[in-house]
Design a protein around this ligand. Structure first.
Ligand code: SF4
Ligand code: SF4
Length: 313
């Protein structure tokens, strides 16, 4: 039985239902057990994978540069296709549209750039938080510039989580000072990650020296659900389905020409999602090279739960 026919009979659009479910899954931890149970029972007679939920993670590449060149990152060996800073007007256009659908998912500001190198970061966060009050702004950073002043400024403008990866395997000098100066409730907003905790993947084949270190199983035909929740807007407005598309091979459109929702719902994006859900990686680059294991819709709540409950430093 198709989910669409059930929701149709109830007079509710399936997009609305799944958008609501995805948002609730990510915003209310108390509901995880309920959603897991519903997902498990309903998955026996409804093919959830035929549905297209609204995106729940949008990553804006506000700045294409990073101050580091980590060996497991394509930044170490390749140049970004389009470089520079994102036009604030382009960002606002996307956020305004997300505001109209009352977007409640995650917003982040990096792709392969270090967001704290962009002095406008606070402005971006403030605009997004003001227009999409139900969303959550995450800063993914290497922590090289996250001093106490910067932390408090960004937190006051609406950042809810700071994910700080320490690429040297220990807290750097700046982060040591920041963590010791912050109050306990402020420290809870920071999650420190070390390389050893992270799952390294080959970034769509762009980092030849890296292999998926979490699971060596062959992932060449594994369904991938990332494009069902994720959307990257590059510095020049290209919409990518996944953060592993460093070379922008699967641009779904450009937000300077079309709306973000129109691109999400386009035939091209739908076909790509559908093929990836079916494990047809070989038909697309960089998917044919990618060793990310993906996950199925049924597993999504567990993945999100893990992501949201990792140990806070
Ligand atoms: S800090 Fe992050 S974005 Fe920069 S080179 Fe290292 S892994 Fe890549
Ligand atoms: S298979 Fe890899 S490159 Fe393709 S969408 Fe999934 S994670 Fe991205």
């Amino acid at each position: 039985m198709k989910a669409a026919s059930i929701s149709g009979r109830m007079g509710i659009s399936r997009e609305k239902i799944f958008s609501w479910i995805i948002m609730r899954q990510q915003t209310d931890r108390r509901l995880y057990p309920l959603f897991r149970m519903v997902s498990s029972i309903s998955g026996r007679f409804i093919n959830w994978e035929e549905t297209i939920p609204m995106f729940s993670r949008v990553e804006f590449e506000i700045n294409s540069e990073c101050n580091r060149k980590c060996g497991y990152c394509p930044n170490s060996t390749h140049e970004r296709k389009h470089k520079g800073l994102m036009d604030m007007k382009l960002f606002r256009k996307c956020i305004d549209e997300m505001s109209r659908i009352k977007y409640r998912g995650m917003i982040s500001y990096h792709f392969y750039g270090e967001p704290l190198l962009d002095p406008r970061l606070g402005e971006f966060v403030e605009y997004a938080s003001g227009k999409c009050p139900g969303s959550r702004s995450f800063i993914f950073t290497n922590g090289d510039f996250l001093d106490v002043k910067k932390f408090r400024d960004l937190a006051s403008r609406g950042v809810s989580h700071f994910i700080v990866t320490q690429h040297d395997g220990a807290l750097n000098g700046v982060m040591k000072k920041t963590m010791s100066a912050l109050k306990a409730d402020e420290r809870k907003m920071i999650e420190i990650k070390y390389l050893r905790d992270d799952c390294l993947i080959n970034r769509g084949g762009s980092v030849a020296s890296v292999k998926n270190n979490a699971d060596n199983a062959d992932s060449s035909k594994t369904p991938c659900m990332l494009p069902c929740i994720n959307m990257i807007i590059t510095v020049n407005g290209n919409v990518l389905p996944c953060c592993n598309d460093f070379f922008e091979k699967q641009s779904m459109g450009n937000v300077s020409e079309k709306g973000i929702i129109e691109i999400w719902n386009s035939d091209k994006f739908r076909r790509f999602r559908s093929d990836l859900r079916a494990g047809k990686r070989s038909e697309y680059s960089p998917c044919s090279e990618c060793d990310y294991n993906g996950y199925t819709f049924q597993q999504l709540p567990e993945n999100l739960k893990r992501e949201r409950t990792r140990k806070v430093a």
